[in-house]
Design a protein around this ligand. Structure first.
Ligand SMILES: Nc1ncnc2c1ncn2[C@@H]1O[C@H](COP(=O)(O)OP(=O)(O)OP(=O)(O)O)[C@@H](O)[C@H]1O
Ligand SMILES: [Mg+2]
Length: 193
């Protein structure tokens, strides 16, 4: 891919973002990981009620670059290259971020770790989970609600399940079929420490 396309993609994504949270001297990067329907976006929104962080939702950003997404590997790699550049630029500016994406493979997460290590910023990882029967029911119910940016359904969940890889760094695990408040509290405490 041409470098000029990467730069213009990152520019398009930047323009699509809403109000930026205030720049801070020491930004934090929160990476969410989990299968479709486990409650990542729900969790991120609850977290953003308590922390003035900007949410980067991969499904929403995908539709900025690809209004009728195909979810092909080319489309995804174009998206993720632009998202990586966007993340690096925002963190450099001092904008704290929450990345709301499946982030299932460790090889993919390594790219994110390397940005964090290079910029020497605080990283918080969260693995979002829910029992399969809860996910099944949620995804069925979500089809009727057009608010979601995600197109993923139960079939996509099943297809992606074998791609889940162990997270090699410290992380919080949250089961969203239970009370998520204790994990929200811990993350807020870690950020404000
Ligand atoms: N803790 C929760 N309590 C109640 N409802 C929830 C909870 N978490 C998620 N849901 C509901 O379940 C559905 C799926 O959750 P959500 O959209 O957050 O999943 P997701 O992990 O972001 O999925 P995707 O990867 O497809 O974006 C949504 O309709 C959401 O409102
Ligand atoms: Mg989501």
């Amino acid at each position: 891919m041409e470098h000029s396309q990467l730069v213009s993609d990152a520019e398009l994504l930047t323009q699509s973002l809403g109000q930026f949270s205030d720049a801070v001297a020491e930004p934090t990067f929160i990476i969410i990981s989990g299968l479709p329907g486990t409650g990542k976006s729900y969790f991120c929104n609850r977290l953003a009620e308590r922390l003035p962080f900007l949410i980067l939702e991969s499904d929403a950003l995908r539709k900025v670059l690809s209004p009728a997404p195909s979810y092909s590997s080319q489309e995804s790699s174009r998206l993720f290259r632009a998202v990586h550049l966007l993340i690096e630029r925002l963190l450099k500016k001092g904008v704290s971020l929450i990345l709301d994406a499946t982030n299932l493979s460790e090889r993919y997460r390594e790219h994110l770790y390397s940005i964090v290590d290079r910029l020497d910023i605080k990283l918080i990882l969260v693995r979002v989970e829910a029992p399969p029967e809860v996910v099944y029911e949620r995804l069925r119910a979500r089809r009727e609600n057009t608010e979601s940016k995600s197109d993923a359904d139960w079939e996509v969940y099943q297809r992606m399940k074998p791609s889940v890889q162990k997270i090699h760094r410290n992380y919080y695990a949250v089961d969203t079929s239970r009370d998520i408040t204790p994990v929200l509290d811990k993350i807020v405490r870690e950020v404000t420490r």
